[in-house]
Design a binder for this molecule. Sequence first.
Ligand SMILES: *[C@@H]1O[C@H](CO)[C@@H](O)[C@H](O)[C@H]1NC(C)=O
Ligand SMILES: *[C@@H]1O[C@H](CO)[C@@H](O)[C@H](O)[C@H]1NC(C)=O
Ligand SMILES: *[C@@H]1O[C@H](CO)[C@@H](O)[C@H](O)[C@H]1NC(C)=O
Ligand SMILES: *[C@@H]1O[C@H](CO)[C@@H](O)[C@H](O)[C@H]1NC(C)=O
Ligand SMILES: CC(=O)N[C@H]1CO[C@H](CO)[C@@H](O)[C@@H]1O
Length: 538
Amino acid sequence: MGFWLPLLLILASGYGIQAQVSTNVSIIVKGTAAVAETNDHFVCATIDWWPPEKCNYNQCPWGQSSILNLDINHPFLAEAIQAFNTLRIRVGGSLQDQVVYGVRDLGSQCLPFKKMVGGLFGFSKGCLSMDRWDEINAFFNKTGAIVTFGINALSGRHHVRNHIWAGDWNSSNARDFVEYTISKGYKVDSWEFGNELSGRGIGARVEAEQYGKDLVHFKAILDELSEKSQTRSLLLAPGGFFDKQWYSKLLRISGSGVVNAMTHHIYNLGPGTDPHLTRKILDPQYLNRISDTYKDLEHTIESQGPWASAWVGEAGGVPNNGGHLVSNTFINSFWYLDQLGMASKYKTKAYCRQTLIGGHYGLLDSDTFIPNPDYYSALLFHRLMGKKVLSVDFNGSPHLRAYAHCRKQKEGVALLLINLSNNTEFKITVKNEINVNLNAGVHNDKGYSFTDGLKWAVSWIGTASDGAQKREEYHLTTESGNLQSKTMLLNGTPLELTENGGIPPLTPSLVPVSSPIFIAPLSIAFIVLPNFEAQACV
Ligand SMILES: *[C@@H]1O[C@H](CO)[C@@H](O)[C@H](O)[C@H]1NC(C)=O
Ligand SMILES: *[C@@H]1O[C@H](CO)[C@@H](O)[C@H](O)[C@H]1NC(C)=O
Ligand SMILES: *[C@@H]1O[C@H](CO)[C@@H](O)[C@H](O)[C@H]1NC(C)=O
Ligand SMILES: *[C@@H]1O[C@H](CO)[C@@H](O)[C@H](O)[C@H]1NC(C)=O
Ligand SMILES: CC(=O)N[C@H]1CO[C@H](CO)[C@@H](O)[C@@H]1O
C-alpha cells in the first residue's frame, strides 16, 4: 500500500494534465505605429449618489457609499486610491439630475435624498452641502484623485409626459456651485452635463436640440468663471446610452469646440438576475457584440464632431447594482479587462468603472472597503498599459483575447492576454512585425521568433546581452478553480491587504524572453516585454 498510493496519485495527476489541451499561438505585435491613444488617466472609477435605501431584487447593497455619506476617513479607501498615484474619479449617477448644491443663496434647507412616491427613481431631490463638498475636496486632494463631476442637467425643466422633460436648463444653482468650487481652488478636471437623459433616456429624457443649446450656455459659464481664475476644465456630455441620431444632433447643435468628450455608458451584460450571466462573460461572441457601439461612436465623432473624443463615463456591465457574486468576484475581470482593452482600441480616452465603491460592482467592497478582484485588475492595467495602443494579429481560438499597448512610462511593450477557455492552455510566441516582414522578404524558412526581434532591439538600444533578458509576467487566477471567488491570485499568491491595510506589492515573475508564454485555462495575464522594439513606443 505504502508503495502504490503515491504511484496512483502520480497516475491520477498525469491523467488530469492530459485532460487539458495545449495550443500553440503566435501573436504578432505591430509596433511601428499606434492605432489609438488613451489619455493620461484612462482607468477611472465612479462614486454615485445612491442612498442606503436604493434596492433591487430585494437587495440593498449601497450602504454608506454615496458621495454624501461615504466614510472618506476610512484608511483602506485612501490607500486604495493612492496606489494609483492618480486615479480619475467620476462623481455621478442617476440621482445627479436631482441634486441641489447647498451654496449660500440656496434659499431653502439643504436636505438629503428621501424615498418619495412619484419622484424620479423613487427619490426626492437631495442636497450637497458645501461643508461636505469641502471635506470631499480635501480628500480628493490628499489622495491625488483627478475629478470628473456630473452636474444636474434637469434643473428648471418640467416633466411633460412619459419620460420627456422640456424647457430651458436653469443654470443659476450650478453656476453658483462652480463659482464656489473655483473660488476655493478645488481642481475639477472635467464637468459632465447630465446623466442618462440622452436618446430614450432612463428615468427622464431631453431632446438633443434643447440639450445642445444648454451645453453652449454651460460652456459660456465655465469660460467666464475660469477666465478669472485661469483654471481650465473639460466639458463632457451627455453621459447616457449611445444613440447615433441623438449624439450626432448634440454635436451639430452645440457646435465646434464646445463638448470635449462624448461620454457613454456600458451595461452590456444584462440584469444580475440572469442565470446565464457567467456564461455570457466567458462567451467571446457575446463579449464582441458591444464593439459595434464603440465603432459607431468613433465614426459619429469623426464625422460630426472631430473636436471631441469618446469616453466611457460609466460602465458596470450589469445594471441595477451589479451581479451579486459575479461583479465582485474573479470572473468579472474577464469582462472588465476585456472592456479596458477593447475600449482603448476604439480610441476611448477614459473608462469609468461603476463603481469605486457601492453596489455589487464596486472595486472595493461596500461594507469592508476591502478590494475585490477587479480592483487589482484595474491597478495592473493602470500601472502597466501605456497610452499608446498597438495592433495585434493572431489566429487560433476566439477564446484567446490579446491586447498590446506601449509599456507605461518605460520602454517596451505590455500585453494583456485573456484565456476564456476552460480546457485549453495557450502556449504563446510573441513576434515583432518588423521581423515577420523581414523574414517574408528574404524567404528564410528558419522562422524569426521574438528572440530574434529582441537581438535586434538589444543591439539598437545597446543594453544587456540577450541571454539574460527577462520579461515580467503577472498571471491572474482564482482560488481552487472557483470563478466566483472574491480572492484573486497573482502568480499563485492571494492578493490581500497587508497587515496595515495597505495594497500589497504586485510582484511579477521574471521569465527568460526566449521561452514561450503559457496562459492557463480561465486565466488572465499581463506580460511586459521591456526590450521589444516598437517605434511607436520610443
Ligand atoms: C508547439 O510548439 C512546440 C515547440 O515549442 C512543438 O514541439 C509542438 O510540436 C507544437 N505543437 C503543435 C501542435 O504545433
Ligand atoms: C492640493 O492642494 C494644494 C494646496 O492648494 C495644491 O498645491 C495641490 O496642487 C493640490 N493637489 C492636488 C492633487 O490637487
Ligand atoms: C432659476 O432658478 C432660480 C432659483 O434656483 C430662480 O431664482 C430663477 O428665477 C430661475 N430662473 C428662471 C429663468 O426660471
Ligand atoms: C467547459 O465549458 C463548456 C461550455 O461552457 C462546458 O460545457 C463544460 O462542461 C466545461 N468543462 C469544464 C471541465 O468545466
Ligand atoms: C479551442 C478552445 O479553447 N476551445 C474551448 C474554449 O473554451 C470553451 C468553453 O470554456 C470550450 O467550449 C471550447 O472547446
